[in-house]
Ligand binder design. Structure first.
Ligand code: BES
Ligand code: MN
Ligand code: ZN
Length: 472
């Protein structure tokens, strides 16, 4: 269910109130009893950030965010307060945030945390315990444009989470493409889907090889947002890995439970689709193209095999030494396809390696870049702001030889160490433009982290949106 963020001018005595305050704020307007006011004072002395007053017909929360010197930490703390509030209000229909201390930035961050926290994925349950919180109202001094923007961002994050949470049984490569078309239609993004025949005619040997073991056809989706007053001359291209399920193929994933989560292997594509929606729904004046190659990766009588040599879209030959290193194969074709746009920058997003997960856990992303120092620095800065952070890995030329093959141009496997980096190096082989590679350990989390929740986090959408919005 959608969480609505709306402006409300009047306050009734049945509204659940969230009062954003500082110690000087006057609370006399809110019909609090003497006892309640005394209690609030006492709690304030103990530096409580959230003070709860439960009245008969409503809840009141007095919020006093602690002062953090680092503005990014402060913003994140406000979002996390929003998460706690959403938890306390999940059985209520609505709540109203009143900005008593007159700090709209904080009020918006709390609303953002609340809205992102309110997400549930219960469509496959007969009696899902959906949160009842339908509407987060913002008080009269809130800026309507900012509310609409936040609503669009939250909707896009929800879309990405829905796509990633959806199991393979309900989301094939075709379904993923259909979801892109649906969003594209709604928000005016020109969306084109290549079918298997078209993919064959384009000689996308990587995507076709991975798809060989599948009973379903691959898709290659192009979403183009090209507003008439675009500020950039050459487009920014976002590429997302769309492996709707990864068994490893004939190099079958070995250990117990290692496949349980592999419905999330289209996390890159899901993030690109959500980011495109956020960009278009908020009418950002930038020419942006999203590419999503998609298939599942399965063993079968016809599956591609370790030792195979395949020819990619750009003519490069690849020795396949492990069919579980499939993401880089489908992405490589999309990256060489992207050359035709003469892009100013290409960012790919992919649940590419277990090595990235092992290195940083589910707390953020791992990034590398080639010829994109400034853009990467900016992306990192934005990541810190939205708390979808990048851990930069080295991309030294020392690693280049690790993907050299004896019998083909390159191989799809690196050495025993630095797996996230050699995967990135494989991709960089197909890029001849400023290039940023993002490995996505953070798109999914088994345990809840604040407003990101449990399961698909939607992480990456806010990062890409704010990066493009602030592009110079
Ligand atoms: N989709 C996986 C990577 C992955 C694993 C993402 C676990 C998230 C959680 C990818 O296709 C893969 O299997 N990578 C292999 C590459 C290896 C065979 C070189 C890996 O990381 O083990
Ligand atoms: Mn794999
Ligand atoms: Zn994979």
């Amino acid at each position: 269910m959608k969480t609505l963020i709306k402006k409300k001018i009047t306050i009734s005595d049945k509204d659940n109130l969230i009062l954003l305050c500082d110690k000087k704020s006057k609370l006399s307007d809110f019909n609090l009893s003497k006892q309640e006011l005394e209690y609030i004072k006492k709690e304030q002395k103990d530096n409580k950030e959230i003070i709860a007053i439960n009245q008969y017909s409503r809840h009141i929360f007095i919020i006093l965010p602690k002062k953090e010197k680092d503005p990014n930490k402060h913003a994140e703390n406000c979002r996390l307060i929003g998460d706690i509030l959403a938890g306390k209000l999940k059985d209520m229909k609505s709540s109203l945030i009143i900005d008593v201390k007159e700090n709209q930035t904080e009020a918006m961050q709390i609303a953002e945390g609340m809205a992102l926290s309110n997400y549930t994925f219960i469509k496959h349950k007969a009696e899902g315990n959906a949160n009842k919180l339908e509407t987060i109202y913002m008080c009269k001094n809130s800026n309507k444009k900012n509310l609409t923007e936040l609503q669009n961002i939250v909707d896009a994050v929800y879309l990405t989470r829905d796509l990633i949470n959806e199991p393979f049984s309900h989301l094939t490569a075709k379904d993923l493409a259909t979801a892109a078309i649906k969003s594209g239609k709604k928000y005016g993004i020109k969306t084109t889907v290549f079918n298997k025949k078209k993919i064959e005619s384009l000689k996308m040997g990587g995507l076709l090889a991975v798809n060989k073991g599948s009973i379903d056809e691959p898709t290659f989706t192009i979403m183009e947002w090209n507003p008439s007053k675009a500020k950039n001359k050459n487009p920014i291209v976002l590429v997302g890995k769309g492996i709707v399920y990864d068994t490893g193929g004939l190099s079958l994933k070995p250990t117990a439970n290692s496949m349980d989560l592999m419905k999330i292997d289209m996390g890159g594509a899901g993030t690109v689709i959500g980011a495109m929606q956020a960009i278009a729904s908020n009418n950002l004046p930038y020419h942006v193209i999203g590419l999503a190659p998609a298939t599942d990766n399965r063993p079968s009588g016809n599956a591609y095999a370790p030792g195979d040599v395949i020819t990619m879209h750009d003519g490069t030959t690849v020795e396949v030494l492990n069919t579980d290193a499939e993401g880089r194969l489908i992405l490589a074709d999309a990256l060489s396809f992207a050359k035709k746009y003469n892009p100013e920058l290409v960012i790919d997003l992919a649940t590419l390696t277990g090595a990235a997960v092992a290195a940083i856990g589910h707390y953020g992303f791992v990034s590398m870049h080639d010829g994109a120092i400034k853009d990467h620095a900016k992306l990192k800065e934005i990541g810190d702001k939205v708390h979808e952070r990048l851990a930069e890995f080295p991309f030294w030329s020392d690693y280049d030889e690790l993907i050299k093959s004896d019998i083909a141009d390159i191989k799809n496997l690196g050495g025993p160490y630095g797996g996230a980096i050699t995967a990135g190096k494989f991709l960089a082989h197909f890029a001849d433009y400023p290039f940023i590679h993002i490995d996505l350990p953070g798109v999914y989390s088994k345990s809840k982290y604040g407003y990101r929740g449990k399961g698909a986090t939607g992480m990456g959408v806010r990062l890409l949106y704010q990066f493009i919005k602030n592009k110079v």
